[in-house]
Ligand binder design. Sequence first.
Ligand code: F6P
Length: 390
Amino acid sequence: MATTLRARRIGVLTGGGDCPGLNAVIRAVAKTAILEHGLEVLGIQDGFLGLIQGRSYPLNLRNTSNILDRGGTILGSSNKADPERYRTGTTPDGQPIYENVTDRVAKQFHDWKLDVLVCIGGDGTMSGAANLIPHGIPCVGVPKTIDNDLMHCDPTFGFQTAVNTATDALDRIRTTAASHHRVMLVETMGRNAGWLNLHAGIAAGADIILIPEIPYDIEVVADFCLMRTRHGRAFTTIAVSEGAHPIGGQVTIQQMDYDSPDPVKLGGVSQVLSEQIAKTAHLQCRATVLGHVQRGGTPCPFDRVLATRYGHEALQLVVRGEWDRIVVMQDGRLTSVPITEVANKQRLVPPDHPLIATARGVGTCLGDKIDSCLIRWDTGQPQCDCVSAD
Ligand code: F6P
């Protein structure tokens, strides 16, 4: 919504899990604010936690220089500090005490004489921002996550770097799979969205790609590994999302973090699958969980450019008075949508997405069915249980 209010002083925070490109956005926001619009910029530490606890420092051209290629966030982050449900203590019998500290946050915002808060984060951070707006804290969002699951936005910054990291891991794993004639599983992050795994799996030519949006049948997965072995490819690589689950079954949970707005921490499905395939198909299996490796490291050039564009565009929203909106990319063009439209929502892979058809078309098994015949590598002729050799 356009407004005639003018911003003079803005706050910037990074919320949720860290991600390659956060510093590139901070740099772009600070430099655009200072150089293009003459605004003052306050860096708020550790996401909403800094707002709750009153921790911040001024950002200037000096402390935002030379950070473009640095992983992590110079401001720090937190995925536990939800002002609406902030842990303030523990009862005598060990139960956590949660309080709504939004009024304290609003007071802090005004004490710092801020006009707008630039929130760099994913759906959880946008949900936090959406809750602050009715308390007189105008927000502008910047879409971050390696999961690429933010509603109305394709792509988020950090995603491409994570795809590169996961692809590199799958490439490396394939050499061991081939040398030892094994089934090798690589588990990627992504929560309940399969974007990261699907992209990395296709990029690395994984034989089986398992994503949350397409529940798998363990018999199909084991059969596909066996068929490859019987037909001359004595190894199989499997890219599996941490959120992948069997048909009619549950996700694999690594741990619960009840202080976090997103308490379910996924992880471990690759080990479960490894044991099931070994038992069913009598093949040697190994699982590798990539984990937070995918969130670290220097952002790739694509993410540096995207992060810089997002940061610069966020400032255009700030100065145009188009507050309470988040910058997004749609069909290759920068635009914006209301923060409330993306808060607490997830963009999943539609089962009819062209990438799914592409994967199936090149013979990749998606775990639900075996819909391509295998080729005998020695003769080049189709030969599998569903196609006659002639
Ligand atoms: O949303 C980013 C992400 O890395 C997910 O892919 C993953 O499930 C989650 O965060 C892990 O969270 P934490 O850093 O709290 O373990």
